[in-house]
Design a binder for this molecule. Structure first.
Ligand code: ATR
Length: 309
């Protein structure tokens, strides 16, 4: 079975030796690669646990968390469209996740009196830091970053992480530039902290079709695509790719197709490129670390992904 619905939760362990202990919720959820990422890791760590998919209707996330815990689920990943609703259904939210405005990882804790508390984390931001280190052998905090599609969920998580990492410049680009106004103010607030000396005065916003984007790109060294442009193999690149230069690092959060038009063009411009597989991998590894309190077998997880992609 590809996935369970809430009504089917009492049957998740029927004809299975190992109990379902971890799950991803989403809608649709059948396409989620999380089981292929997590099951090999759980097996390698000799956990007596299955990882399953659960389809949840909007408005039913809190109910889903309660029901899933009741049938033995001990850790949950959250994917589209539930990352906001999941945050509201937590008793506690990690401060980074709060600023990112979304959670993708739920940890359950049982207090002595048997009460179950849910804490929400967002591993997309920290996972991106690890992905950049792995792909380009450089610290995210040392880069001047431009995010294409910063008004979307992934863009916001990555932008927040750039502030937390003290990046020396952060340019937020979006098709609908008005979506960035409040976000820029919130990120400046976040950066307005003694330990954060990064981009607090250097967070800029720009429309994707603004001709000044050329200059903004030239002033940046990491370009990140978080728009959905590129998901279809016939999609164009979200920017004029002749503006990309050999000094650029170009990261596309899309991993299927493996090389979007943006990455193909960036490569022919002489830039270094990477796709979103490393982000998928590291955000997943971090979830597992939250649940199990131990290092994730990253190479095993990478193997799981390579097998299907
Ligand atoms: P979310 O991540 O919140 O679900 P989304 O609808 O998947 O959002 O869109 C993610 C990002 O892709 C957004 O920044 C969106 O731009 P808008 O805020 O202007 O909608 C961007 N995006 C989607 N289609 C696009 C297109 N054809 N050209 C440029 N940007 C696009």
């Amino acid at each position: 079975m590809d996935y369970f619905t809430l009504d089917q939760l009492d049957r998740i362990n029927e004809s299975h030796e190992r109990p379902a202990r971890f799950a991803v919720i989403g809608n649709p959820v059948a396409h989620s690669l999380s089981p292929q990422l997590h099951q090999p890791a759980l097996d390698a760590l000799e956990q007596n646990a299955r990882y399953i998919r659960v389809e949840v209707e909007p408005g039913q996330v809190k109910e889903a968390f309660e029901k899933m815990h009741a049938v033995g689920i001990r850790g949950i990943n959250v994917t589209v469209p539930h990352k906001l609703e999941a945050m509201a259904a937590c008793h506690r939210v990690d401060p980074g996740a709060l600023t990112m405005g979304a959670v993708n990882t739920i940890v359950f804790e049982e207090s002595d009196d048997g009460e179950v508390k849910r804490t929400g984390f967002n591993t997309d931001g920290p996972g991106f830091t690890r992905a950049i280190r792995e792909e380009f052998d450089i610290d995210l905090g040392s880069l001047r970053v431009l995010i294409l599609g910063a008004g979307g969920g992934a863009g916001r998580a990555i932008a927040t992480q750039c502030v937390l990492e003290n990046c020396s410049q952060l340019i937020l680009a979006n098709r609908t530039v008005s979506k960035l106004t409040s976000m820029r103010a919130e990120l400046s607030q976040l950066g307005n902290h003694e330990s954060l000396e990064g981009p607090r005065d250097r967070i800029e916003t720009i429309a994707l079709d603004d001709p000044a984007l050329e200059e903004a790109l030239a002033a940046s060294n990491l370009i990140v695509n978080t728009t959905s442009v590129g998901l279809k193999s016939i999609d164009p690149a979200p920017i004029t790719t002749t503006w990309i230069q050999p000094h650029h690092l170009v990261y596309d959060t899309i991993y299927n197709p493996a090389k979007t038009r943006l990455l193909r063009d960036a490569e022919s411009q002489g830039a270094r490129i990477a796709n979103g597989l490393s982000l998928l991998l590291h955000q997943g590894a971090l979830s597992l670390e939250y649940w199990l309190g131990q290092d994730a077998p990253v190479e095993v997880m990478r193997g799981g992904l390579k097998e299907i992609l």
